[in-house]
Unconditional design. Sequence first.
Length: 152
Amino acid sequence: MLLLVHHGDAVGPDVDPMRPLSSAGLAASTALAEAAAARGIKPEVIWHSGKIRAKQTAQLFWRACNPLAGFEAVHGLQPGDPPRWMRDRLLGDTRSILVVGHMPHLPGLLSLLRGEHNESAAPDFPAHGCVALTADGDVWKEIWRLKGGEVR
């Protein structure tokens, strides 16, 4: 199982150049994490980009889904990183993984995981939401998705 998560809404750089989650982003991401946990998401590892908004979002999922999961910032999840780096890292990994990242990286990664071979493709990835996938050989199949801000 793989869960791709777009970080919650962040404050603007004029408010804080580090761009932490806004109060609305914190509330919506908490609800999203709880909804994912209710759907049985229990990752063995949680990876995030290292940016504060991604780390904060990942921490909410960590608490809600599996506080015993490994938790770390990993290379290859920055907004401008080539999605193939993360796709290649995920191939063959049998663990349940939760990845918290950014746009436009996540839509490109989703496209590659689905076997579309086009990391610049822009499938409909839910803003501040998540997409659950399961491996089917070298291709991943979408199981469900949750839109950010619509979970209560």
